[in-house]
Design a protein around this ligand. Structure first.
Ligand code: SAM
Length: 197
């Protein structure tokens, strides 16, 4: 570990946003999982919650996540598995996190409307089926990126990036990247873990 590398680790950790995360509900294509993890790293989101697809054994999902993480983003973004989207939503809400479901419904609002400076988790749906109605209902809000073309939806990783960079924009404006969001103790702990994996 060179001093330059350690300085970079500290610099990046001081920009980390422990109160920003995603919940991937049965997202299953490795290139999408990988792209979402890379975007999480890019905006400083520390955790990607994941519900394995119902049709997939835990073992195959683990190897898919491993495959997805080959670009190394998994070293910098913690992947936390959950049994179901509803379990994950309730757990996050219990911690005071607002869950924003990317879902078209009667109550959907433009994705730029919510306050992303609050503890926030963005719920992303499976490539084929999207977010389930139950998960969308349990979420604090439903958000949508306006579509003006012939195609109805974006690729899930593109939607994730669009929304997470809006979160980054709001958090930059609010000065949340100017002050470390991790405590000194957390900074030390993560720096050690990243430096000596
Ligand atoms: N047939 C699915 C449906 O009706 O929901 C399409 C799913 S879409 C390909 C996969 C995921 O990408 C969605 O669940 C959502 O997370 C995200 N997504 C795609 N387009 C979006 C948009 N315009 N606004 C918000 N999220 C979007």
């Amino acid at each position: 570990m060179t001093p330059e590398r350690y300085a970079k680790i500290l610099r990046v950790l001081r920009l980390r946003q422990p109160t920003l995360s995603v919940l991937m509900d049965e997202v299953n294509k490795p290139h999408n999982l990988s792209a979402i993890l890379r975007t999480c790293d890019a905006v400083g989101a520390m955790t990607a919650h994941a519900v394995p697809p119902a049709s997939m054994s835990l073992g195959s999902f683990r190897s898919r996540m491993f495959e997805a993480s080959s670009g190394s983003a998994h070293k910098w973004v913690n992947v936390q598995q959950h049994a179901s989207a509803l379990d994950a939503i309730r757990e996050l809400q219990g911690q005071g996190v607002q869950v924003l479901a990317t879902h078209l419904s009667q109550r959907s609002v433009d994705y730029r409307q919510p306050d992303y400076t609050r503890p926030t988790c963005v719920l992303l749906g499976a490539e084929k089926f999207g977010v389930s109605d139950e998960a969308a209902e349990a979420a604090d809000a439903n958000i949508i990126i306006p579509m003006m073309g012939m195609v109805q939806s974006l690729n899930v990783s593109v939607a994730a990036a669009t929304i997470l960079f809006e979160a980054q924009r709001q958090r930059l404006e609010a000065g949340m990247y100017a002050q470390p969001q991790l405590s000194d103790e957390e900074l030390r702990r993560f720096a050690f873990r990243w430096a000596y994996p």
